[in-house]
Write a protein that binds this ligand. Structure first.
Ligand code: AMP
Ligand code: MG
Length: 286
């Protein structure tokens, strides 16, 4: 670490953010900044520094895959509209090299996707070795919007929690570290962000009239998120709960979750698989 800025965290951020059994979605304070003892004024410099750390680790992950390391990382972003998923993609993951990023957004399924099992489109999107996958929404929509809107009967979505746990287990067994992040914005803050989208022509593209319909179903979504956290936070793929009313905080926090996961992989630079000295001589002679 090049400065003491990371020590603005009281201790490892993931410990503050990991979902623990018994935690209630209703008790989440989206304004909170758990574990961070700095202020908004500290954020830009710290974000820049930690983006660089993330980028270096990402490059190491990618470099190792070139010499046979099968490991990868998958960041799963879930949250209501305006929670800031796009900002995480742009300002956090965007600090990495696009060569090693495997981004997928999951919207309303196409007719083709609907004709398959709900995990079909997800399986096709899992990151290859050496990559950092990003799911901007995910298979969790199949127990969130699908449950809230009764798009399939309860007898069908009920079985999905266990199925998702088993699917994620397969992924982690195959060498993918999964970081699941539930992003929580408050109803008031969402209103402000939607209003801004309506006030600014450069933000119209982000606005969808259906967002208001989802907003009206907030309590049902809270219930559906609670079930997701209770039933799919596993030892192999735990959930993290990130308060998102302050974008500077959520970006710093998710950057730390990525860094922490990458550091756990203990990535060194892969050794040369050629004779360095011999190659230097060959190069010098031509
Ligand atoms: P956005 O992320 O703003 O582009 O919106 C995508 C929309 O697609 C959201 O309203 C999601 O809830 C919806 N969506 C994503 N996955 C599914 C799914 N499996 N079934 C139905 N709607 C979905
Ligand atoms: Mg949207």
């Amino acid at each position: 670490m090049t400065s003491d800025l990371p020590s603005l965290w009281t201790h490892e951020p993931h410990k503050h953010l990991e979902f623990k059994p018994g935690h209630r979605v209703a008790d989440i304070d989206p304004d909170a900044t758990p574990g961070f003892r700095g202020s908004k004024a500290d954020a830009p410099e710290l974000q820049t520094e930690r983006n660089e750390r993330f980028a270096e680790l990402q490059e190491r992950l990618y470099a190792n895959s070139r010499s046979g390391d099968r490991r990868s990382v998958l960041l799963v972003l879930q949250g209501m509209d305006t929670a800031g998923k796009g900002g995480i993609v742009k300002h956090v993951v965007g600090a990495g090299n696009p060569q090693g990023i495997w981004y997928s957004a999951f919207g309303k399924p196409t007719p083709e996707e609907l004709s398959h099992h709900y995990l079909w489109r997800i399986q096709k999107a899992v990151p290859p070795a050496g990559h950092i996958g990003v799911f901007d929404r995910s298979h969790y929509e199949d127990v969130l919007i699908v449950r809230v809107h009764d798009l399939v009967p309860p007898s069908v979505w009920e079985g999905r929690y266990d199925e998702i746990n088993a699917f994620e287990r397969e992924l982690t067994d195959a060498g993918t570290t999964i970081i699941k992040v539930a992003m929580f914005v408050s109803l008031d803050e969402q209103k402000k962000r939607l209003a801004e989208r309506l006030d600014r022509p450069d933000k119209y593209w982000k606005y969808n009239p259906a967002d208001i319909d989802e907003r009206l179903l907030w309590p049902k979504y809270q219930e559906a998120y609670q079930a997701v956290l209770d039933r799919t936070s596993t030892a192999h793929a735990p959930w993290h709960v990130v308060p998102c009313n302050r974008k500077w905080y959520s970006r710093l926090a998710i950057t730390e979750l990525l860094i922490e996961a990458l550091e756990q992989l203990e990535l060194s630079w892969p050794p040369a698989d050629f004779d360095v000295e011999a190659e230097k001589k060959r190069l010098a002679s031509c």
